[in-house]
Design a protein around this ligand. Structure first.
Ligand SMILES: Nc1ncnc2c1ncn2[C@@H]1O[C@H](COP(=O)(O)OP(=O)(O)OP(=O)(O)O)[C@@H](O)[C@H]1O
Ligand SMILES: [Mg+2]
Length: 218
């Protein structure tokens, strides 16, 4: 059965129609042109932004160039992180690698697959969690795909723990966390707990690809 991300889509409140009267002082088409060129350089020659993703790309462009005015109008908070959800292969990870080129001096984060974090934990133990308590911004990539955390027979919900400490850092020091995931809110709750879900809206702009987005691996 095809999985639905609609619940995250419903929770996001971006109002793109509010920007109809050309209030942007930059050109969305020019940004896309730049991203297409950069995408071909860093990925491969077949990279091209898809028209169907335009609404999502618009939101991301406002965020990454940190356009306070347009962001405020569409309901995006540039002080929060991004949680990008969507079906397998729609391009979440690629966009989180590409978008920072729009304003690399403003937005910097380290992208780490959650699989690597949990594999490191399983090998080295609780020391690994310390790294994510620093004030650096991170993008936890493919949240939900990681294995179960277990070091020396001791189980740990590694990403659940890390996400709660990232929330504390966000509240205390405005440290940002970004996420890409295939999971919808029910699945996120089942895996990382209701405490995480209750912090979701506070900590992240929820940005969702459409349910029927194509798998760009095909
Ligand atoms: N706009 C695009 N044009 C062409 N190819 C793309 C585009 N976006 C992504 N791809 C390619 O499609 C594949 C899937 O992209 P990506 O890994 O970013 O998707 P994802 O949503 O993160 O997938 P998953 O849900 O499996 O984590 C990659 O090989 C990537 O290079
Ligand atoms: Mg991915």
């Amino acid at each position: 059965m095809k999985k639905s991300h609609r619940n995250i889509e419903r929770m996001s409140k971006f109002q793109l129609g509010a920007l109809d009267n050309n209030m942007l002082d930059y050109d969305f088409n020019k940004l896309k042109e730049f991203l297409n060129i950069k995408g071909r350089v860093i990925f491969d020659k077949n990279f091209r932004l898809h028209k169907e993703d335009n609404a999502l790309l618009f939101v991301l462009c406002c965020y990454f160039i940190q356009d306070q005015n347009s962001s405020a109008i569409i309901g995006l908070d540039i002080n929060k992180g991004l949680l990008i959800s969507g079906p397998v292969g729609c391009g979440k990870t690629s966009l989180m690698k590409l978008m920072p080129y729009l304003a690399s001096h403003k937005i910097k984060y380290e992208t780490i697959p959650t699989r690597n974090i949990v594999n490191n934990f399983n090998a080295a133990g609780f020391e690994v969690l310390k790294k994510y308590k620093d004030t650096k911004d991170y993008c936890f990539d493919d949240l939900g795909l990681e294995p179960t955390g277990c070091h020396n027979t001791r189980d740990c919900n590694v990403m659940g723990e890390i996400l709660l400490s990232r929330y504390d850092l966000f509240k205390a020091k405005k440290v940002k966390t970004h996420i890409t995931t295939n999971l919808n809110t029910e699945e996120l709750e089942a895996r990382y707990g209701s405490q995480f879900i209750s912090r979701l809206g506070e900590m992240f702009n929820l940005v969702s690809f459409k349910d029927d987005s194509v798998d760009k691996r095909k």
